[in-house]
Design a protein around this ligand. Structure first.
Ligand code: NDP
Length: 329
């Protein structure tokens, strides 16, 4: 027997409910590798899947948790053997497939990545999908020419998960970082992560009739989307790039094409879910090298399986600061 957070759906009312329950190995879905999960975390999608599902969950009962880190317990795949340390993010695990809010998980070998040297399973989940996505964003900006010394890089939703890790990585790589936050009380926290400038959300959230403003940012990691992303496009320096990661402020994009045409601005889409294996591995190795572990520790709030229903609601309300690490045991 082992413990997991199980979400059930009432057939009549359609309402979902999440509670910690005992399961057996026979309850787990099919897969080549069974993992003894050590840590998981809380992402925006987890908030949806712990709650009413947001259209992401196909079948109930469901075990959410879009990422986890742990130790291989059994494997039918030659790439993994019992005792191997592994990490999983994406592939719709925790949505279409049972996920990491469980002491055991069974998944496809293709979905796993070996834990890189220099990271333990707790640190891997302090990074989690949010941090992996932050690293993928930084790599995409670098691939499009971003170098330290070109001026401040903007990070929107800075006090959130993606934003916190992006701030710490960029600062440690020697970039000036400007963090946009709607929570002024997080300014000291953001400065500790390495932000040199704090931008108030309301200063950048409103639409403007001007498609171009003064050139301010040498790059941007955008977790917010919506009107903020539209506004940021018009503030980018000539030839600079924006990595579009999230939609915390909305899925719309009320923008003009003028920044693309007159300033050669690039809008780079970042997807962590279907990211090919080689780039995933490269991103995890870069994280182990370029994310200072002391800064990562400063972002972390510990939690257990029983805390997840509340944390799911908190992340949907934009109330989580930094990264939650869930010890499932
Ligand atoms: P968090 O909730 O931890 O962070 C989001 C942050 O955005 C908040 O902390 C807040 O930051 C800011 N924010 C929230 N609501 C608004 C609003 N209405 N207007 C402006 N800013 C707002 O989530 P994550 O960091 O985990 O994820 C961020 C986004 O990235 C989500 O939309 C998520 O779905 C997406 N995502 C995408 C991935 C991909 O593969 N593309 C992978 C992972 C996440 P502050 O308080 O500092 O203003």
């Amino acid at each position: 027997m082992f413990k997991a957070l199980v979400v059930t759906k009432d057939a009549e009312s359609g309402k979902t409910a999440a509670s910690v329950q005992e399961l057996t190995l026979d309850d787990l879905p099919a897969g080549e590798v069974t993992v003894s999960v050590e840590f998981s975390t809380v992402n925006y999608k987890d908030g949806l899947c712990i709650g009413p599902g947001g259209g992401l969950v196909r079948n109930y009962p469901h075990v959410p948790g879009i990422d986890f880190a742990g130790t291989v317990e059994a494997s039918d795949d030659p790439r993994y053997a019992p005792g191997d340390k592994v990490v999983l993010t994406g592939w719709r695990v925790g949505e279409a497939h049972w996920g990491g809010y469980s002491q055991k998980a069974r998944v496809k070998a293709d979905w796993l990545v070996p834990l890189p040297d220099g990271l333990d399973s707790r640190q891997a989940m302090a990074v989690g999908t949010a941090g992996l996505t932050a690293m993928l964003s930084v790599m995409a900006l670098e691939d499009h020419g971003l170098k330290p010394g070109q001026g401040p890089v903007l990070v929107t939703g800075a006090a959130g998960g993606v934003g916190s890790v992006a701030t710490a990585i960029l600062a440690s790589l020697g970039h000036e970082v400007a963090g946009v936050t709607g929570r002024p009380e997080t300014a000291d926290y953001l400065r500790e992560l390495g932000a040199t400038q704090i931008v108030a959300r309301e200063d950048i959230n409103e639409t403007t009739k001007r498609p171009l403003e003064a050139e301010a940012w040498s790059g941007c990691v955008d977790a917010v989307g919506g009107a903020m992303l539209a506004r940021v496009l018009g503030q980018m320096k000539y030839g600079a790039s924006v990595a579009a990661v999230g939609l915390a402020g909305g899925a719309g994009l009320p923008a003009t094409v003028i920044p693309f045409l007159l300033r050669g601005v690039n809008l780079l889409g970042i997807d962590s879910v279907m990211q090919p294996y080689d780039n995933r591995l490269r991103a995890w190795q870069r994280i182990a090298k370029d994310l200072p572990m002391a800064k990562l520790d400063a972002m972390v709030h510990p939690a257990g399986l029983q805390d997840l229903p509340q944390l799911g609601a908190d992340i949907l309300a934009g109330q989580i600061k930094g990264r939650v690490v869930v010890d499932v045991n």
